[in-house]
Design a protein around this ligand. Structure first.
Ligand SMILES: [Zn+2]
Length: 195
């Protein structure tokens, strides 16, 4: 693009703007036909201003781009942080869930094992009670006067029944543990109340 220059004719006093190369000059007037009457007016060629403006614009645009890129970078950093945090939370809750499930499984298996053994022992207890009841009934149904031996046998059976009951401690121990704790708490409350 060629620079723009302003000229003024010394003869007809017309002013005009023309485009030409820096090395060229306008000397003759087209209007009045004057020769060597055109004088170049001192002014900054417009292209210079445009260049400066464009340079400024480029500078601003570059700045804006850098700013925008910085913002995008910051945003990406923030997003990466949040993703990282989310990942930690997810893996932590997954681990907790797995531990919790294992705990439930172990507890349920132990509880089922206890129930099965209790059921087993209750079966034995029923057999014991049945056998004792039959014995008592048999003695009661005797028409004769009860001899010493008959009563001795029944008494022995009653003693062994009592002894065998001791082997079922395991069953009521299951609930006694909790009862003990409750009793202890109650005692403490009473002790606090009297103070
Ligand atoms: Zn002229």
């Amino acid at each position: 693009m060629m620079p723009r220059y302003k000229y003024r004719c010394a003869q007809c006093e017309i002013s005009k703007a023309v485009f030409h190369l820096i090395s060229e000059t306008l000397s003759d007037c087209d209007e009045c036909g004057g020769v060597e009457t055109m004088e170049k007016l001192v002014s900054t060629p417009h292209i210079k201003k445009d260049t400066i403006i464009e340079k400024q614009k480029i500078g601003e645009i570059t700045k804006e781009h850098i700013e925008a890129n910085r913002e995008i970078l910051e945003q990406q950093k923030q997003e990466a942080k949040e993703e990282n945090r989310l990942e930690i939370i997810l893996s932590a809750s997954l681990t907790l869930s797995v531990i919790f499930n294992i705990g439930i499984f172990v507890y349920a298996r132990a509880a089922i094992a206890r129930l099965l053994s209790v059921s087993d022992e209750l079966g034995d207890l029923q057999q014991m009670v049945d056998s004792f009841a039959k014995h008592v009934k048999a003695v009661y149904e005797l028409e004769m006067f009860y001899g010493d031996q008959t009563l001795e046998h029944l008494l022995n059976h009653a003693v062994s029944f009592n002894e065998q009951l001791g082997t079922f401690e395991y069953i009521y121990e299951l609930t006694e543990e909790e009862a003990d704790i409750v009793d202890h708490d109650e005692e403490e409350e009473i002790a606090e109340g009297t103070q």
